[in-house]
Design a protein around this ligand. Structure first.
Ligand code: ATP
Ligand code: MG
Length: 374
């Protein structure tokens, strides 16, 4: 598809061509003015393309009525765009009302969506100005989801939100998406957001030309050219840490001991181990603390260790968060636990630094690894 605005000399979007598998999030990312919004708006025909075609499920969007098309595609924009004089419930019910749903059905759907986005039902009677920015943004998402459209367009949906709330909204949306499996075109100018949110990422250059279309891993591992490499940034090695979960790397093993065990074999194990301390665990393998040399000086392992096992790292977290936990606590290594609190291994700063420096090894691991937001 291409777009040249009336009177403009250059194309805003030029021969942009890619395919988005149903049920995936495709992120369009690129510098300001490169044509992201234009590309997105051509999909629901709020901007008419100059040439080319777009098909959804095999049908050209040129056929049929644009107003009808817009009702079938959810649309979330940065400025939220809630109607200020309508209640939250009425805002969420906008498209269902246009589709002539029964009043009761519209109300029930609004209530259901409020719950889905984690807002109390009483918010339905409030007006947009009575909500925080993050809450309004959630309502914007709920409104786009109201008629359950298979396709969603999201134009910098979290762009106006502070970083902490943005990260929360991103996680919430990924959780929703794991259930709803919408086909989503998501625009951002933030590479980190693109890597986090996208199953695939389309990097655009000025003039709406496609610089690269790849998975987040592909983008970080093999940027197509200097433009993409610059855009992804010098810290792309660090960004790769967000693609990998702690459970997917080779963790260290620590010698284990339970209260009452004889000390002698534990002392021998410590002398030979990767981790220079033994870990006291309960009979369900939950870490209780690190045993010091003094703890192990006697006949049998004591009930309490010299130091606690904190911090514990969640095996499901991404490597970047695991490293952050280590750095914040000032530890060189820490126990990794599964959702039931049982030890799965030990993560060390050295493991992370080896991961960063061994490009080849990490490439094969990464291609085998699942996306972090499954
Ligand atoms: N209605 C319009 N009429 C004429 N030119 C336009 C119009 N809308 C956008 N443009 C131009 O088309 C180009 C692409 O704009 P677009 O809004 O698609 O970029 P963008 O990638 O979304 O930028 P941003 O990141 O700042 O939102 C820009 O050069 C812009 O000036
Ligand atoms: Mg834009």
């Amino acid at each position: 598809m291409s777009k040249r605005y009336p009177g403009a000399e250059a194309f805003a979007v030029e021969e942009l061509d890619f395919e988005v598998p149903a049920g995936e999030i495709c992120v369009l990312v690129g510098p300001s003015g490169c044509g992201k919004t234009t590309a997105l708006r051509m999909v629901n025909r709020t901007v008419e393309m100059t040439s080319g075609d777009i098909s959804i499920g095999g049908n050209s969007i040129r056929e049929g009525d644009p107003a009808q098309l817009r009702r079938e595609i959810g649309y979330v924009i940065q400025q939220i765009g809630l109607f200020p004089h309508r209640t939250i419930a009425e805002n969420i019910g906008t498209v269902p009302t246009l589709l002539n749903w029964e009043k009761d059905r519209v109300r029930a759907r609004s209530a259901e969506l409020l719950e889905l986005i984690g807002l109390d039902p009483e918010y339905g009677d409030r007006y947009p100005s009575q909500l925080s920015g993050g809450q309004q943004q959630r309502v914007g998402v709920a409104r786009a989801l109201a008629a359950d459209p298979p396709v969603m367009l999201m134009d910098e949906p979290f762009g106006a939100i502070d970083p902490i709330n943005r990260s929360r909204l991103q996680n919430e949306f990924l959780r929703l998406q794991a259930e709803l499996r919408k086909t989503v075109l998501f625009v951002t100018h933030d590479v980190d957001e693109a890597i986090k949110m996208g199953d695939r990422v389309a990097v655009l250059k000025k003039g709406g030309r496609l610089a690269q279309f790849a998975s987040p891993t592909g983008l970080l591992m093999e940027p197509a050219d200097d433009f993409v490499e610059d855009f992804v940034g010098a810290d792309r090695a660090l960004k790769r840490l967000a693609l990998m979960r702690v459970r997917d790397v080779d963790l260290w093993t620590a010698p284990l001991a339970q209260a009452g065990d004889p000390c002698e074999p534990v002392r021998t194990a410590v002398a030979a181990a990767e981790v220079p301390h033994a870990l006291l665990v309960d009979n369900e393998s939950r870490p209780l603390g690190w045993l010091s040399r003094r703890d192990l000086a006697g006949e049998s392992v004591p009930e309490n260790a010299d130091s606690t096992a904190d911090p514990l790292i969640d095996a499901d977290s991404v490597l970047r968060d695991g490293l952050a936990t280590l750095l914040q606590s000032g530890s060189l290594y820490a126990p990794v636990v599964d959702p039931r609190g049982r030890l799965t291994g030990v993560l060390s700063v050295e493991i992370v630094s080896d991961f960063l420096s061994s490009r080849e090894a990490s490439e094969s691991e990464l291609s085998a690894a699942e996306r972090p937001h499954d």
